[in-house]
Write a protein that binds this ligand. Structure first.
Ligand code: NAP
Length: 314
């Protein structure tokens, strides 16, 4: 927390063609930490800059014909209460359900789960799907979508409470607490037919344990590597690479959710239908106050959250 400072500044004034956005909700993401490390898909956050982050906000002043006060927009103006934006830096939101749903199920978390699983994991009914960080923002949706697609779903998460939530509330077939059980042993017990699809949120030792139990022609959706973000010395890589990839004919496919945004509307429609049919549940973990963002991010990296963590800024 000592690496963050809260600074007060005048509310900026929008120029010609610009809008002033008041932040309502701020997304907290494991990726916030990776952006500080650099070496990701976007420019690193540097010391002294406003912390980056996805936001949902309300237009409070507009000098652009397409925007009016009261419009809700998604933006990525980071950890601040107000920001001046150009129209190409925001997207107008048509509200479905609660505003917070546009950071969870209809936002990056839900879309990451949807596209990562269906485009990269390509699960078939009857196959075994394993998910790490399974009780997190993206992970819990991956498992629920896997159940909708008829898979045997096994989650890996960091507490007994999370594991019970996955099996009892979300219908996962099994869950492994990686802090109290050896992952390889848990997988051998709960994946008797091996693993066909792995949705990898964490990298590191858990990826290694899964690799050894993947089936022939298995698919790994490489979503993130949260086990390596909060360290200055990331592990060089799991054992078994490339040998196991060759012998088992595995496909490891990395993706960034926005790669699939051309199909975003169809994905959102389908998830809205699953919600309406009671096939999908939404878990949100909302914390009040921008001043609590640093503590809440550190807590997320330590596994405090169940579902999508966000900050209610206003
Ligand atoms: P999240 O799962 O809500 O939160 C992170 C979770 O990671 C924590 O709750 C914690 O749960 C788990 N974790 C932390 N350290 C760990 C470790 N050393 N080993 C295993 N698990 C650990 O976060 P999220 O936003 O959904 O992100 C999940 C992953 O998806 C991240 O890697 C993120 O970078 C990635 N992501 C990728 C994209 C994309 O477009 N490719 C988009 C969004 C997110 P436990 O209690 O289980 O430890």
């Amino acid at each position: 927390e000592s690496h963050f400072t809260l600074r007060e500044a005048a509310i900026p004034t929008p120029g010609d063609g610009e809008i002033l956005v008041k932040t309502r909700l701020l997304s907290l993401d494991a990726a916030n930490r990776a952006w500080m490390q650099g070496a990701t898909y976007k420019a690193p956050v540097l010391a002294g800059e406003v912390m980056q982050g996805g936001t949902l906000g309300e237009v409070v002043e507009s000098n652009h014909a397409d925007y009016s006060p009261g419009d809700i927009v998604e933006s990525s103006h980071g950890w601040q209460q107000y920001a001046v934006r150009k129209p190409d830096e925001v997207g107008k939101i048509t509200l479905r359900g609660e505003l917070s749903n546009h950071l969870s199920v209809f936002g990056v978390s839900g879309l990451t789960a949807y596209f990562g699983l269906l485009k990269c994991g390509r699960p078939l009914a009857g196959e075994t799907l394993v998910i790490s960080a399974a009780a997190g923002a993206a992970g819990n949706f991956v498992g629920q979508i896997g159940k909708i697609k008829g898979c045997r779903v096994v989650g890996i998460a960091g507490s007994d409470e999370k594991c019970a939530w996955l099996t009892d509330d979300l219908g996962f077939d099994a869950a492994i607490n990686y802090k109290s059980t050896k992952v390889a042993k848990g997988l051998a017990e709960h994946c008797p037919n091996g693993i066909d699809v792995y949705f990898d949120n964490v990298g590191g030792d858990i990826l290694e344990a899964v690799l050894f139990q993947m089936n022939l022609n298995g698919r790994i959706a490489c979503c993130g590597a949260v086990s390596q973000y909060d360290t200055g010395t990331p592990q060089p890589g799991p054992r078994g690479v490339p040998g196991l990839i060759v012998v088992k004919r595995l496909t490891l496919q990395g993706f960034i959710v926005s790669d699939f945004y051309a199909e975003r509307d169809q994905a959102t429609d389908e998830m809205a239908q699953w919600l309406e049919d009671g096939k999908l549940k939404v878990a949100e973990d909302i914390i009040d106050g921008l001043e609590n963002a640093p503590k809440a991010l550190i807590g997320l990296l330590h596994g405090e959250n169940i579902g999508k963590r966000m900050i209610r800024v206003a």
